[in-house]
Design a protein around this ligand. Structure first.
Ligand SMILES: *Cc1c(COP(=O)(O)O)cnc(C)c1O
Length: 434
């Protein structure tokens, strides 16, 4: 396994991922190929957990599975004793298929359907993170129909916005997510849940954004949640058992990114909650976090084969790979930046700066605007780094390209965990018109 940033190369000059030669992987599984360093995923989950344990607080590390939700990933998360978040019936179904312990599942989303809530309740999942008043009514309907009870966290917008790309902000008041605190919506929701004998008001939740590089936002949000808990203790004699501060821990995509260690994030959050609850003389709640990107992002690589090249005098050359926005839409969607190397020439020095283009029929299908590379040829393998989060998870069949295969590698052993789509898969749901 390799630490974030540093990379391993074997004596043939090939990039190595968790003990496996990437050139050999490509030979066996073809490209485009998504490869995960399983050791890196395990280490990251353990680092988060360890800090809570060192601080002797009750906690849950809940992997935000929308970053990469497959049966194998859920099984790996379960091996590490972590929880998961799901945001749809499809993610929940995947967890069920994976044999994931459903009491460790939190269900998020700002428009859960009746069918999704029915599924969640009938499978006795751990907790529903209730987002809005419509959902309280729907959930009540489901609980009555099934004669069931369920744990509830209330998703709140604490009015804290993380300093990050604007598409990623969700904690501010003008957000589609959660109950607003300042206007009294949150308090109204609390009263509704407390009065509902089928809902157990387990605690409160806030998620302030994504790809965050400062601890301050988390500290501020945690303090606001504890202050709110103190207010609710006074007014309603209610104290949360769980304080969930969400995810959003930033990772290194390029040299320009300087992420904070998981230890620093968790430590700051734990200290803030401890200090503030002591000030208010509240019971110390369990602290839950929901890292997604930071668990799988740095551990993932997209491998492509280089094909055509376009040189226009005076302009940067275009080097095109056999994938693109269909397997990683983030650059086209929100100008996300990545770095890449030639996996089969990993020790060669860069000789030129190129633009890495995808094969999809969109001018915006550029994976990397500016990448220094050794001289490349058709057939070389390009490895894009830190693609493990929101890459395969957002993959599409645009241009009717099949989605890539996914391989888990651990200490040199490779395992195919998602098969490459076939052309037959692509037309599987089509029905003839004539
Ligand atoms: C997306 C999301 C996360 C995970 O965010 P990352 O940036 O991937 O860590 C956590 N909690 C909630 C509620 C989310 O919507």
């Amino acid at each position: 396994m390799s630490e974030q940033g540093e990379q391993q190369v074997n004596e043939q000059g090939h990039l190595v991922i968790d003990g496996a030669d990437t050139v050999a992987l490509v030979k066996k599984y073809q490209t485009p190929l998504v490869v995960y360093d399983v050791t890196a995923i395990r280490q990251q989950i353990r680092r988060f957990k360890k800090v809570f344990e060192a601080n002797h607080v009750k906690y849950a590390v809940s992997y935000a599975s929308k970053a990469f939700a497959t049966i194998a990933m859920f099984q790996l998360v379960n091996q590490e004793g972590a929880h998961i978040d799901v945001v749809s019936g499809g993610e929940l179904y995947t967890a069920i298929k994976a044999g994931f312990p459903l009491e460790k599942v939190s269900f998020h989303g700002n428009n859960k359907s009746l069918a999704e809530l029915e599924m969640a309740v009938s499978h006795h999942i751990g907790v529903i993170v209730v987002d809005n008043f419509h959902e309280i009514a729907l959930l009540n309907q489901v609980l009555e129909a099934q004669d069931e009870t369920i744990n509830v966290l209330l998703r709140l917008t604490p009015g804290v916005s993380a300093h990050t790309h604007e598409y990623d902000q969700t904690g501010q008041e003008d957000s589609k997510f959660g109950f607003d605190i300042r206007s009294g919506q949150a308090e109204q929701a609390l009263q509704m849940v407390l009065q509902n004998p089928r809902m157990h008001m387990q605690g409160i939740h806030a998620h302030i954004g994504s790809q965050i590089f400062e601890v301050e936002g988390f500290v501020l949000a945690a303090e606001k949640l504890v202050d709110l808990a103190a207010d609710w203790q006074q007014k309603f004699h209610y104290e949360p058992e769980v304080l969930n501060v969400g995810g959003g821990f930033g990772i290194k995509y390029t040299e320009a990114d300087d992420p904070i260690a998981p230890e620093a994030f968790v430590d700051a959050i734990v200290k803030a909650v401890q200090t503030r609850t002591a000030e208010h003389q509240l019971k110390m709640p369990a602290i839950w976090i929901e890292p997604g990107r930071s668990i799988v992002g740095p551990a993932g690589y997209n491998l492509y084969t280089i094909g055509s090249r376009k040189d226009v005098p005076g302009l940067r050359p275009y080097v095109t790979v056999d994938g693109g926005m269909g397997d990683n839409i983030r650059p086209a969607l929100y100008q996300a930046e990545y770095e890449a190397i030639l996996a089969n020439k990993a020790t060669e020095q860069p000789q030129e700066t190129v633009r890495i283009a995808g094969k999809y029929c969109e001018s915006g299908d550029i994976l990397i605007q500016k990448q220094a590379l050794p001289q490349s040829q058709p057939g070389d393998i390009l490895a894009m780094k830190a693609t493990g989060a929101y890459g395969y998870a957002m993959a599409s069949n645009y241009n009717r390209n099949p989605r890539p295969a996914v391989v888990f590698v651990e200490q040199g052993n490779a395992k195919l965990v998602v098969q490459r789509e076939s052309y037959e898969d692509l037309v599987h749901l089509d029905r003839s018109f004539v």
